[in-house]
Ligand binder design. Structure first.
Ligand code: 3PG
Length: 211
């Protein structure tokens, strides 16, 4: 069987749990909880000291597509991919990080907040961007308006996405996927509250499949 690429799996799931690992890292339990909930990708943000170790552990779990989030520099991109990350997400558009990812054939989803930034991403040969911070920028209506003028672009709204507004976002044709910490908040991971994580993942998947 050919292993699916990162973008294929993200497009299939349409929901990317964004996680901030703490201590203890608890990756095996978290990944199991997400699988039970029907999700097979994870974005581990480089905002904690345990992030690179968490990526290494997650990358060893079968059938999981693990990515690194909050990638702000080429050095971070190199470290994350060295640890096993198969895609990169950044809150903004840094030409050096995007250039490195493209040269190394690593899928990257850079952050954008305006149509001009989205056009810069398209000009760099990218077709998938993260709208960040989505809710603060106007939510699903903003994604709808951007998608209408940029028909070849897929958008991953992140920032303020929850079960309450998930339908609004996923109903927008330009939305390839959404990202967010609501499924697996840092406290639940550290405290091993995996049943709650599975429950939230299941609720999100059910909503997505109902559209
Ligand atoms: C991110 O790291 O992409 C965002 O901080 C996630 O935003 P959220 O916590 O509002 O989901």
């Amino acid at each position: 069987m050919v292993e699916p690429g990162a973008f294929d799996r993200i497009a299939q799931d349409r929901i990317v749990p964004v996680v901030i690992p703490g201590e203890p890292i608890q990756m095996e339990g978290l990944v199991e909880a997400l699988f039970l909930g029907g999700l097979g990708t994870i974005e581990i943000t480089l905002r904690s000291e345990t992030a690179i170790d968490a990526i290494s552990i997650a990358a060893k779990q079968n059938n999981l597509i693990v990515g690194a989030g909050t990638v702000l520099s080429v050095e971070q991109a190199e470290n994350a991919v060295g640890a096993g990350a198969r895609f990169l997400v950044s809150p903004g558009f840094d030409p050096a990080v995007v250039g490195w990812a493209k040269r190394n054939d690593v899928p990257i989803i850079p952050g954008i907040a305006t149509v001009s930034e989205a056009m810069r991403a398209i000009g760099s040969g990218l077709h998938f961007v993260k709208l960040f911070p989505a809710e603060q920028l106007g939510g699903a209506k903003t994604v709808q308006a951007m998608g209408a003028v940029l028909p070849d672009l897929k958008i991953m709204p992140t920032g303020g996405v929850t079960l309450k507004n998930l339908t609004d976002y996923l109903s927008v044709p330009a939305v390839g996927a959404v990202g967010g910490t609501w499924i697996a908040p840092a406290d639940d991971i550290v405290n091993g509250h995996f049943a709650k994580i599975t429950e939230r993942a299941k609720a999100a998947v059910a909503l997505s499949l109902s559209l």
